[in-house]
Design a protein around this ligand. Structure first.
Ligand SMILES: [Zn+2]
Length: 284
């Protein structure tokens, strides 16, 4: 947080501040999804699997390449923390920071979830968002952020001194450990910064601190993804519920979330191919 300056204003401060801003990573045909391909593929979907995530817990699911998955609100306002990996190599995980740099602080239809270096390719593409009407509110907030990392017991302990065991970080770690037959310690390094599904967040207009408010999600809302390759996902139903007040709490009203896996009609695939890993080759 920027506190009151300790150093004097230079004479040309206004001119320096007036320099034009440019988009750091302008997206182009190499980074943007061709939405027509996905819209065509999702015309006819067959529900293959349904998985309910209990409140204050997480579960792991797999999605074959070329399939869709939805995260669905079914009972009440609830935020979900999503991790994604390449199913056959967990080192290729979702890279929220570079996704943020490419697509902005909050994601919606057409945005892609990119993987870590050296892979840097789309793991998934968002193909439908029933909350896209929300846009930006007067607090500068929106939904589905890639700025909040995930609620975790270490920051909670640093701030409050208490031990809380159902943060999304812990839930995701336990779920991955159970799925893989690993210990908690083996699984923990693979848990990474998330896409905060349905969470309504932003930066305060004065201090630019991370802020949250009650999620606008209601039963029936969903966020839909297309799996660009064979994926493993983990979703935590955040202990903060709608995250209107807290995110590491047993007091908030919490509801389940549902993950649905869909197979498209293969005749509608529109010539889609799984993206190759990034083409850059290091010279050393
Ligand atoms: Zn959480």
């Amino acid at each position: 947080m920027k506190s009151s300056p300790e150093f004097p204003l230079p004479a040309d401060a206004a001119a320096r501040r007036a320099e034009p801003a440019v988009v750091a990573y302008p997206t182009n045909d190499h980074t943007t999804a061709d939405r027509r391909v996905y819209q065509s593929a999702r015309q006819k979907l067959t529900l293959l699997k349904c998985l309910e995530i209990n409140p204050r817990s997480a579960d792991v699911f797999s999605v074959p390449a070329g399939h869709f998955f939805r995260i669905v609100s079914t009972e009440g306002p609830q935020v979900g923390d999503l991790n994604l990996w390449h199913q056959h190599d967990l080192n290729e995980a979702f890279y929220s920071g570079k996704t943020r740099a490419l697509h902005g602080t909050h994601l919606s239809t057409g945005d892609r979830l990119w993987s870590r270096f050296p892979f840097l390719r789309p793991l998934a593409t968002i193909t439908a968002d029933t909350l896209d009407w929300y846009g930006w509110d007067d607090d500068g907030c929106s939904v589905h952020d890639v700025i909040g990392t995930r609620c975790d017991p270490y920051t909670e302990h640093q701030l409050s001194g208490r031990h809380y065991h159902h943060c999304c970080h812990s839930n995701l770690t336990r779920a991955l450990a159970d799925y893989k037959g690993w210990s908690f310690g083996q699984a923990e390094p693979y848990v990474h910064d998330v896409l905060n599904v349905f969470m309504c967040t932003g930066f305060s207009l004065d201090t630019h601190q991370y802020i949250m408010k009650a999620s606008p999600v209601r039963p029936g809302d969903y966020l839909e993804f297309f799996a660009e390759d064979d994926l493993l996902g983990a979703l935590s139903a955040c202990p903060g519920g709608d995250c209107s007040a807290s995110h590491s709490s047993d007091a908030a009203s919490c509801y389940p979330l549902v993950v649905e896996i869909y197979q498209p009609d293969s005749t509608n695939s529109g010539g889609w191919e799984s993206p190759s890993v990034n083409g850059y080759r290091a010279d050393g």
